[in-house]
Design a binder for this molecule. Structure first.
Ligand code: PEP
Ligand code: MN
Length: 377
């Protein structure tokens, strides 16, 4: 008899505990939503999202009102965990609400450049590391056209580690690049480093590149956001994927939605490559953002011999394109000589990665090569 009464008592208490659990659950979720609202208002007013002082203050209030049986330490531990979970929820939500956010299912941005739709079909951006001379740029442009490439890269403003290294040919180089590209019907992708000349430089290019070293240059990002030119934003070599997304958000927030993200390798302990190509960044960025993602295999590897598999891996991982460096005379290049492909190496690279445009150029070459033989028959 005693046993059945106790069993019933246990069951009754268990039911009560379950009810309390559900009440706690409801309160925890309500708390998270309230924290979300606080953060929404903070974001609107530029107030930092994380505020450790506020957490301390809340813990003091809780300890002051604690009537037990839990000790103050236990109460603090429990609530710290609740704060942590709330922060996690708020951060995740803030990321989902970014202008650049999106997923595989949502609408994806397509950036139109020189007849190409970056984000719709894989593209190839190629050309020398730097604009050096008229002959060099002309020769590079010709090789690109022969290989079916429509987007030419070349830096006129070069961000070099040493102030004594070649710094680029500046605005004159950019004008030269523009004239050459126009002669060959190519679109130009070129880096801009300085807010003071971004407008002038942007007028000469089809895509403004913001390099790895400037990914954290928020003034430059804001200025790029005010342009009416697509922006190719490279990941800083020590930047997290989240930081890259926030950098893109700076641009989009100012009104320029045409941003292409570029993974170009990050610094790790590995010394065989110049940087470590973070292949996981490709599917992650494509899931977290709605922007096109391309991969610069040359600056990632810093060498030529492994870039075909790196480019293939990038495309297999969902990249919307590949960037690669090619110089008419790589050994004489004034920057990044070791990683720039020669025209012949470039032809093999293009064939090796098998992009549709490149295949078309390949067929055209074969057709032209086959023509004299056909005539002789
Ligand atoms: C470049 O593409 O010319 C360049 C300097 O690359 P990164 O900014 O990725 O180093
Ligand atoms: Mn380079």
């Amino acid at each position: 008899m005693q046993d059945t009464t106790d069993t019933r008592g246990i069951e009754r208490y268990r039911r009560m505990i379950e009810e309390v659990n559900l009440d706690i659950l409801k309160l925890l979720n309500r708390r998270a939503l309230l924290a979300g609202e606080v953060n929404r208002l903070k974001g609107r007013h530029g107030i930092p999202l994380y505020c450790p002082d506020r957490e301390m203050e809340m813990l003091d209030i809780l300890v002051h009102h604690n009537e037990g049986p839990f000790s103050n330490d236990t109460v603090k531990k429990l609530f710290r965990e609740i704060f942590r979970a709330s922060r996690g929820f708020v951060e995740e939500r803030a990321q989902q609400e970014l202008l650049v956010a999106g997923g595989r299912e949502g609408p994806r941005a397509v950036v139109r450049v020189g007849g190409e739709s970056v984000g719709a079909a894989p593209v190839l951006i190629a050309g020398p590391c730097a604009v050096e001379s008229e002959e060099q740029v002309d020769c590079a442009a010709r090789v690109l056209v022969e290989n079916g490439v429509k987007l030419m890269r070349a830096g006129a403003f070069k961000p070099r580690s040493s102030p004594y290294s070649f710094q680029g040919t500046g605005m004159d180089g950019l004008r030269l690049l523009r004239e050459t590209a126009d002669r060959y019907g190519l679109a130009v992708v070129s880096e801009v480093m300085d807010t003071r000349c971004i407008e002038q430089a942007a007028a000469l290019v089809d895509v403004v590149q913001i390099g790895a070293r400037n990914m954290y240059n928020y003034d430059l990002l804001r200025e790029a956001g005010r342009l009416r030119r697509p922006v190719l934003l490279k990941r800083g070599f020590s930047a997290t994927i989240e930081e890259l997304l926030y950098a893109a958000e700076y641009i989009v927030k100012e009104g320029n939605a045409d941003v292409i993200l570029c993974e170009r390798g990050i610094r790790t302990f590995e010394t065989q490559t110049r940087n470590t190509l973070d292949i996981s960044a490709v599917p992650l960025l494509k899931t977290m953002a709605r922007l096109p993602v391309i991969v610069d295999v040359s600056h990632a590897a810093g060498r030529k011999d492994i870039i075909v598999p790196l480019a293939k891996a990038s495309l297999a991982a969902g990249a919307d394109g590949v960037m690669v460096e090619m110089h008419p005379w790589p050994s004489a290049a004034r920057s990044d000589a070791q990683q720039q492909l020669s025209p012949e190496e470039f032809r093999r690279f293009v064939e090796g990665i098998g992009l549709p445009a490149a295949r078309a150029a390949g067929h055209e070459r074969k057709r032209q090569a086959a023509a004299p033989v056909a005539l002789e028959r």
